[in-house]
Write a protein that binds this ligand. Sequence first.
Ligand code: GLA
Length: 393
Amino acid sequence: MNQDTKNLIIRGFHQSFGDKQKDLRLFFAPGRVNLIGEHTDYNYGLVLPFAINLGTSLAIRPNGTDSFRFVSSGFKENGEVKINAAFEQHKQNWWKYPLGVIEIFRKMGHNLPGHDFYFYGDLPHSAGLSSSASIEMVTAIALNNILSAGFGNFQLVEIARKAENEFIGLNCGIMDMYAIGMGKPGKAIKLDCNSNDGQLVSIDFTGKAFMVSNTNRPRGLADSKYNERVAECKQGLALAAHHLKLQNLGQLTVNDLVSIKPFFKEQTIYNRLFHVASENERVREMVDALETADFKQIGVLLNASHLSLRNDYEVSCFELDVLTEEANKLSFTDGSRMTGAGFGGCTLSLIDDQAKNEFAAKVGEAYLRKTNRAADFYMVHPADGIHEININD
Ligand code: GLA
């Protein structure tokens, strides 16, 4: 983190809570994008995300009271919550994210005394770049270090996921937290969500750039639609497991699925499974393509993933489709797909590095014309996972 950003955060903290420097600590958690392997994590399949250079910082200090106070540069409302309160009643506010993590620590016997929290972030909210997981993970590393709880990063990943599943109520998989906890510069992580075994894959290509395009479309019913997909996969697994030896959909191959097609009365459920099985195969093929820097094939896989999410899994939307189609009209685009849960949010495109400005101008202009919305563009690169920042450096 550069000195200017650090000063900005410290100033924000002081303006919110007063300016004694003592005991102030600073932590950072990135966001993530997923290169490929979408809606496979909660099916115990394969994913290939990377931590990015945008994220959430947390300046935090004990306040000597029996309350937590929450301020964020990204939200207008501030929160104050008694340390022994029932946190449930705060579930409508943004500070439910740090509270969820504080709650899981509390259940494990690690009680945080009164602290002031100042969050500062440059991740767009609700855009599919895991801003919520980033807030949860920055809180998790802060509590771990402040309370000397002794958890390793993978345990913090599990704590943050628990907070999301049990406190927030979204049945998400492990991908977001894992990428944010374990990210490394220059690398994506091929994560097997059944064994939780992660392997680093180099994606640091000279002359290429990862461009994120934000639809700026509010995600609306995203959470309920997400939980609906989780339920449909469960239903599909129960049916498939009658005919095949399967514990989870991560083990399902496209060939096996095709062989039991006649048993599916609901085409929708079959399509959901077809996406999961084919997406898992695409993750493996993507790793091979990355290892040989085969940009043509990387592009083919990105585009195939998008079509599968659009047609079989039905989590894309008009705005995401326009962004990917417009991206693919440009000769310097290798491929493009929606990234994250879908129903709005962002796309990820691999493009020639020197064409960044042209990409944003051309895709942005066509997107505005077709959707009446302005898109935002961010260059992202694979960056470090959660860490503490020395405030005195
Ligand atoms: C969200 C969830 C992840 C994953 C993706 C879809 O980001 O939090 O666990 O399921 O959607 O791949």
